[in-house]
Design a protein around this ligand. Structure first.
Ligand SMILES: [Fe+2]
Length: 286
């Protein structure tokens, strides 16, 4: 990868500056200290999960694996034989008792609409909120993509380190979106891309950062991204829903709802619009 942009790394960034310099400008940033009070930092290790949750299972590549097996694979992982990289592991389903370890929540936006008491549960049903990722040396997220439902993301590195490669939403025309899913790129290896098949990809400008333990990366909705790890790694992801991406979220949800019932989808969309207006009105007072 040639001359990637570096993502800003900031410490002790006040809320106003965070909003003005990054969130409202749709730019990513790394916060070195946003998770400094999280009990997870220093507590969550591969051994911790193997000891306390090793019996939990997840289907991966058509096979059921235990977390104990995954931890062993992570610790033995090499680039030649990398550990698998499970994703869509929702903390609320697998580790509800550990959610307290990732508090206080880091809020990017005037209001965290995921947690707003005004947000009806039905509007968040089926939306992943907290994900956890376990990877080893050579593990990589299998796709370059931007996140479902136009959600923003913040990812905190709990253990080890992880490399992130991001591309701006404006680079979408160079990303060769898949015909079956516009949020996924057909370019699979950003470090050694097949420029004969994907010549325009050379115009996409990569943003690169290594996220170290204790640091949090925020990237707004629509930013293409993928990750690779070079050591045992545990990270925690949290979706970001705020005034900037709420309407896009609602429209994408509507598409999903309407596959089941057009009528119910219209009702839910209407409720969502009303709730959004109310939240915007309250936010404007702050
Ligand atoms: Fe993602």
């Amino acid at each position: 990868m040639q001359n990637p942009f570096q993502i800003d790394r900031r410490s002790n960034l006040g809320r106003k500056a965070l909003l003005n310099e990054y969130v409202n400008k749709n730019l990513p940033v790394i916060l070195t200290d946003a998770a400094k009070d999280w009990p997870a930092i220093g507590k969550w290790t591969p051994e911790f999960f193997k000891t306390h949750y090793g019996h939990l299972t997840k289907e991966l590549d058509g096979r059921l694996i235990t977390l104990a097996e995954q931890v062993d694979r992570v610790l033995a992982s090499t680039p030649e034989d990398p550990a698998p990289y499970p994703y869509c592991v929702e903390m609320t389903d697998y580790f509800p008792d550990l959610l307290k370890d990732i508090e206080p929540a880091i809020v990017f936006g005037r209001m965290d609409r995921v947690r707003s008491p005004l947000m009806p549960k039905a509007l968040m049903h089926g939306t992943p909120i907290h994900e956890i990722f376990f990877g080893g040396n050579g593990s990589a997220f299998p796709f370059v993509h931007f996140d479902a439902l136009y959600l923003g993301t913040n990812i905190t590195q709990i253990y080890g380190a992880k490399d992130f490669v991001l591309y701006r939403p404006e680079d979408g025309p160079y990303m060769y979106p898949r015909p079956d899913n516009e949020k996924f790129s057909r370019v699979t290896n950003v470090f050694d891309p097949d420029l004969e098949r994907f010549p325009l990809f050379a115009k996409a400008k990569p943003y690169f950062a290594t996220l170290n333990a204790g640091e949090t990366i925020y990237f707004p909705c629509g930013w293409w991204h993928t990750t690779v790890t070079h050591c045992p790694s545990i990270s925690s992801g949290r979706v970001v829903l705020n005034t900037l991406n709420y309407d896009m979220y609602l429209r994408d949800k509507y598409k999903r709802w309407s596959q089941r019932s057009k009528f119910k989808a219209k009702v839910a969309f209407g409720i969502g619009k009303g709730v959004g207006s109310l939240m915007s009105a309250i936010e404007s007072l702050h």
